[in-house]
Design a protein around this ligand. Sequence first.
Ligand code: ARG
Length: 460
Amino acid sequence: MSKLWAGRNAGATSALADDFNSSIRFDCKMYKQDILGSVAHAKMLSKQGIISEGDAEQIEEGLLSILEDIESGKLQFDMSCEDIHMFVEAELTRRIGDAGKRLHTARSRNDQVALDIRMYLREESEKVVSLLKSLVSVIADKAEEGCDAIVPGYTHLQRAQPISFGHHLLAYAQMFMRDISRVEDAVKRMNVSPIGSCALAGTTYETDRAYEAALLGFDSVSQNSIDGVSDRDFCVELMSAFALIMMHLSRFSEEIILWSSWEFKFVELDDAYTTGSSIMPQKKNSDMAELVRGKTGRVYGDLMALLTTLKGLPLAYNKDMQEDKEVMFDSLETVIMCLEIFAPMLGTMKLKRENMYRAAQEGFINATDLADYLTKKGMPFRSAYKITGEIVAECIAKGKVLDSLTLEEYKAHSDIFENDLYTDISLEACVAKRISEGGTGFASVNNQIKAVRNFIAKKQ
Ligand code: ARG
């Protein structure tokens, strides 16, 4: 196709250069935004008397017919076009003639592409938020199921204190709820219209930027035309939010992989979300969780790639910025894919309560509670800590656990000990007693589930 910008450059570009320069194979994703943006632009131009109403009507009709034909599959993208903007404009002119050539008045591809990306990401972000909401709901349901399942809580991957499994899951609900607000927050700053910034300096025509922005659902217009065309902060912000979502999914995946191992056996993933081995018949692999963990690297990489592309770019538009799209789309699509698979994988995961409980009975994870028992009966915490340590050492030497040491053996360490110590250090009591706000106590876990569900309900 002959180039819309042919004029100044008489010599033909090489086929290699055309191919290298072109972005249509990936920016064609933004066809809808490009077309709707152009419809609004034509409306604004005619309202301002810059083009005639008749031309604007033809343009709008032509653009909408292009949209329809793309969506029905009747019209294919012409990969010899430089980008989606050129394709739509050329196709419009092919359909309606001269009126089509008036569309590009008072704008440039520089503000056009900035507009299209914002519109595209605004819409896609809604999908991400809705997937995050579904995931948080699944977590709340699983947490309810696992509220009374007692499991060791870990620090340094060493058994630390008994907790409710639901409590552990709800930590992830908090992360994903922050992710929801982070994406929503990024969208707020994204929802500023750059159109009308033109190539970089604004335009000599009397445009109405606010009107055009309002037609397209933007909250405001950008306040500096150079910034309008050069800014990709909104991509970086969103991709940072995506990197955090992936980091959370990756930590969660890692735990699910560990919990599914023979060593832990706290959970079992549904067959639908696992694979077998081609050689080892006993294997049930957590491939989905591993892939989510693995894809996190890609999403971080996409973010770093864009930051590095932008670093040191002089104002205003530079072709380097065309590199924003592939990494942006890749990180967006990866996050969407991972969220889509993660929620049902988690939802169908079976809890193995007896194994959790058994693990919690080993490893002296009620030692803190034994020390607290002494402290509550008047002994200074440091002394209680020391005595408890000695008792643990004695248990290890005798192959016992705290619950199986006799009262006489306890009394040998301190005569504060009475029979009530056994109920005090039972795993159920250890969990139930952690009544502090946000603690693992069963009541607190139930409150958290309510709060999480409330958060999601308010977002509907
Ligand atoms: N395909 C280009 C991009 O994605 C559109 C903007 C081109 N502007 C220009 N002055 N060459 O960045």
